[in-house]
Design a protein around this ligand. Sequence first.
Ligand SMILES: NC(=O)c1ccc[n+]([C@@H]2O[C@H](COP(=O)([O-])OP(=O)(O)OC[C@H]3O[C@@H](n4cnc5c(N)ncnc54)[C@H](O)[C@@H]3O)[C@@H](O)[C@H]2O)c1
Ligand SMILES: C[N+](C)(C)CCCC=O
Length: 514
Amino acid sequence: MVLAFLLPRLRRLQPGRAMSTATGSFSLQQPLNYRDGGRVQPADGGQAEDVYEPATGRVITKLLCSGEKEVDLAVRSAKAAFQTWSQTSGMERCRVLLEAARIIRERRDEIATLETINNGKSIFEARVDIDISWQCLEYYAGLAGSLAGEHIQLPGGSFGYTRREPLGVCVGIGAWNYPFQIACWKSAPALACGNAMVYKPSPFTPISVVKLAEIFTEAGVPKGLFNVVQGGAATGQFLCHHPDVAKISFTGSVPTGVKIMEMAAKGIKPVTLELGGKSPLIIFSDCSLENAVNGALMANFLTQGEVCCNGTRVFVERKILDTFTKEVVKRTQKIKVGDPLQEDTRMGALINRPHLERVQRFIQQAKEQGAQVLCGGDLYVPDDPKLKNGFYMKPCVLGNCRDDMMCVQEEIFGPVMSILPFDTEEEVVERANNTKFGLAGGVFTRDIQKAHRVVAALKAGMCFINNYNISPVELPFGGYKSSGFGRENGRAAIEYYSQLKTVCVEMGDVESVF
Ligand SMILES: NC(=O)c1ccc[n+]([C@@H]2O[C@H](COP(=O)([O-])OP(=O)(O)OC[C@H]3O[C@@H](n4cnc5c(N)ncnc54)[C@H](O)[C@@H]3O)[C@@H](O)[C@H]2O)c1
Ligand SMILES: C[N+](C)(C)CCCC=O
């Protein structure tokens, strides 16, 4: 069962506080910036952007973009909070993060509902995202108390030791596909290591991260330690250029990642870049067909296909191409698309109209280049009149694909799977690696030696054997090549939110060379 990995986690859930907001009824007037422990209107900037409910196409609130002054106030506030937080013990940080995790768990349904309303993903998936979020906080709470350096003996009783120290004010900049989860993946390790954070979500999904800020405050995080500024590229640039910012952790597209790195270079600031992908999923003929089909659906259709690590290039050994394709198409056609707040919906609405149109253009171009639409790909208009302006499409499977097609080369970031036949292991590994990206990859086979051999040869940071797109927070996540560098989750993330100080201690006399 593909979702079985979640069950132990779901069983640990406390009963949630349900939020009764129905699709088409939510609106928000509260300020969306968060500074010094409370919601605030930005001190400057103030350019207003519409924020949508993708399920209905309604505007649910206005976003006021923060200017340079507001960004400066947020960084100053974080800098002040850093002075006290960085001096607390790991155990104290552990307790606060555990309390924040507990509150998130308690409000799981409320936060998931907000996420669904603002992002368009199904409530079923949004709840999973929130579970992964509180698990992330629990995980780094557990590590906070055990962050330690090394003791190194030197000749004559002298010795050295290392201290793992926080960096200072870290900036988090997030994408719109996992708004709450991305904020947790960044803030949990940052705060566990003793840093402060100023976070800027995508202007498309500004709402849920402010809940996270409120929860941190309620859990006992010092005022100012986690601030939220809202806005787009301009606000992000003010953050990246701010002289008191010590680190930038970015999740988003490759072109923006390049700009972030350029800005960080000017200030010699370390960066984590979690960027896009076009990952291969390799299905060998000796696989469990049922698992492979489930895996291919998991690899392509979560969050309407708007997932960075999706395995969108599905390489299928020719011997099972027809059987696999038939089954994948049958299952894809059964995916229930519609109102994301309905319990049985499994695919909601894409993030906005321009993005939906972009995905549609990829499908049109694929057809022009010779691909065959085996199912879906067309716009979907639900019967419910309140959903008629929503951004829906039917999940699409493309056959007759070639490696040189745009749909196979570029990140579509929508529910579009491309199926490509292959004949040999050597051939498929070479084709799988023939991409500028390197975020993820997967293999389905019952031959465990082949599985390890193939993932060892894949040039990708996150590889799956006989599953896809599961997210245990204990495992590091991040890319190779143009998909970025640095890691989120797992112990590895500690490296990216701390710096190492070495102390050399002389126990004898100084032997001067002069
Ligand atoms: N690797 C990962 O973990 C991961 C996770 C989620 C999404 N993604 C990638 O994100 C992309 C989709 O997200 P998106 O459309 O929000 O990406 P994007 O690059 O357009 O925007 C990401 C964030 O950067 C901000 N931004 C834009 N221009 C900026 C600038 N010049 N300076 C500073 N900040 C700026 C945006 O406002 C937003 O908050 C996809 O490519 C997807 O693969 C990667
Ligand atoms: C939780 N997932 C499905 C692994 C997605 C991680 C974030 C990428 O967009």
